[in-house]
Design a protein around this ligand. Structure first.
Ligand SMILES: C[S@@+](CC[C@H](N)C(=O)[O-])C[C@H]1O[C@@H](n2cnc3c(N)ncnc32)[C@H](O)[C@@H]1O
Length: 195
């Protein structure tokens, strides 16, 4: 049997999607007060685009990119119905076409490709903000990927974006009572210095 490509896998998941349309990632929704008043935003590996929709509803002009045609189709429909300013397109983020642009806000949720870190940081405008949230290797549940390649190590997001100013970081790992708190993922908000 042929092994599914990531695109085939996510197309299958999004075409069979029965759950409600996803909202924004916690790192964004719980820290909305840090957002600038408006500007250009990028939702990288957007999936169904919960972050893109959240930002467009708040007046941002949003680029949303994903390799899954099904995800982008669903997002385009939502944007159309609500009349939102979202430029949603199917692309492999590894081809880095997005890296030629500059953004006031970049969101990456539940996607990890370490070799993109430099390009993501460079794609921020001076003062621009990166909201990043993804799974850690010290997960307490079965949620998220099993392959360790897609799981963050302790402090890894901080190291990956060490040229940026860290405004917020949270990774509770296995400390204390693992059934309480905010587990399984690390959360980073980082800002490009003004000069
Ligand atoms: C776990 S989902 C997260 C989706 C979304 N960011 C969210 O939090 O709801 C991972 C996403 O990465 C996308 N993806 C995987 N590899 C990609 C690539 N090379 N280029 C663009 N998107 C990719 C998948 O299609 C999928 O939508």
């Amino acid at each position: 049997m042929d092994v599914e490509t990531p695109r085939q896998k996510w197309d299958r998941i999004y075409r069979g999607w029965k759950a409600p349309f996803p909202g924004a990632a916690t790192v964004l929704s719980e820290n909305e007060h840090l957002l600038p008043a408006g500007g250009k935003a990028l939702d990288l590996a957007c999936g169904l685009g919960g972050n893109a929709v959240f930002l467009a509803r708040r007046g941002f002009e949003v680029d949303a990119i994903d390799i899954s045609e099904a995800g982008i189709e669903a997002l385009t429909d939502t944007a159309c119905v609500e009349g939102l300013s979202i430029n949603a397109r199917v692309a492999d983020v590894m081809e880095r076409h997005w890296a030629a642009e500059r953004y006031d806000v970049i969101v990456v949720a539940r996607f990890l490709e370490r070799t993109l870190a430099r390009d993501i940081a460079d794609a921020l405008e001076p003062g621009g903000l990166l909201f990043y949230q993804t799974f850690v290797e010290t997960k307490t549940s079965g949620s998220g990927p099993g392959n360790p390649r897609f799981l963050l190590r302790d402090n890894e997001l901080i190291r990956l974006f060490d040229g940026l100013l860290i405004r917020y970081y949270r990774d509770e790992a296995l400390t204390g009572k693992p059934d309480a708190g905010q587990r399984d993922e690390a959360f980073l908000i980082a800002q490009r210095p003004d000069s």
